[in-house]
Design a protein around this ligand. Sequence first.
Ligand SMILES: Cc1ncc(COP(=O)(O)O)c(C=O)c1O
Length: 403
Amino acid sequence: MSRQEDSGFRRIYLDNAASTPIMDEAFKEMIPYLTAYYGNPSSLHALGYESNKGMNIARKRVSSIIGAKPSEIIFTGSGTEADNIAVKGAAYYARKQNSRKNHVVTSAIEHDAVMESCLDLENNGFEVSYMPVNRDGLVDKEKLEESISEKTAVVSIMLANNEIGTIQPIQELVRIVRQRSADILFHTDAVQALGKIRINCNELGVDLMTLSSHKINGPKGVGGLYLREGSKVISLTSGGGQEGYLRSGTENVHGIVGFGKACEVLMQRIDSINKEVRKLRDYLVKRIVNEIPLARYNGPCEPNFRLPNIAHFTFLGVNGEDLLIKIDEYGVAASTGSACSVRKQKESHVLRAMGFGLPEISGSLRLSLGPYNTKDEIDRGIAVLKVAVAELREVSPLKNTSH
Ligand SMILES: Cc1ncc(COP(=O)(O)O)c(C=O)c1O
């Protein structure tokens, strides 16, 4: 993929794990659904039929990319909403069937959409076990096994982490859970993994999976929930009964169409795109670690356990937020981690759970790449980072310590 800059100042966007530019193919496919096919997909007239047809095509494309059936995809307004339906909807459904089912298991490094859903469940009488992770962000399998009991209703463990890029061995975790109890629903948040690694919901063995469009060069405001045939959740919204009564509200047809197109394009090009992205990411990491003193690359070394697009660093003696602001002044967009954590001004629970101390957490920076990044941008980004780190270290109170 390639993309022309509009004009003027060329920003270097290294925050693709937060959101992505829309791909031309998806954008073009959406336009008729904003202009010509504006009918409500539930309407019985021709315009409604056209909208519905567009959504059905999208449902096929989204289901294909994860090896699901079209009928197993529920469109939502975001990944966050899909996480809420999955975690809370499944837990409440299970407890309704059997009042002893009041336990949920998750990991200590989930996105806030899952974390806050779990907190909500705790406030409503559920017990939640948060699985610890090791220094690479991998879930402790023994603890997971020990945590499962006949009271467990749902297990929710993310496929790939948004801050560090760690990929969990979900297939194995599902097997551990199923060996302990067969009637537990297993949910995985695949928002960061979608389009970055090949995913097959049947091979993974999960019952529920969360997807989001804007992380894969699709439009914002669209998410998807995979719900395995026969798995049950309760609806969290009351209304017209759209999306199999699980997500009432008129569907975001053009957004859904764009999401579907993005999935179709990625299905065809996922391997070549990610080979290129991985190559650039590895080049970036090598140069940063070699050229910036005391720069540390965080996360698993084993490539199978990390996404191809995320690089997470600690620059000791530097405050990550100061660094972010400084490189932004030079035209480079990055992140200290999750956008949600930044809004809440809290330290990263992910890094804390991985055993990072405060200096390591506060000196952290996430660079996340996408298919539109070029080697020239990476070179310019590194040059900016070198200057910014040096400038900040010059005024750092830790300047004369050994870090
Ligand atoms: C792992 C993970 N889950 C869920 C979400 C939420 O997705 P959305 O932005 O579509 O609500 C994000 C977004 O950053 C994410 O990284």
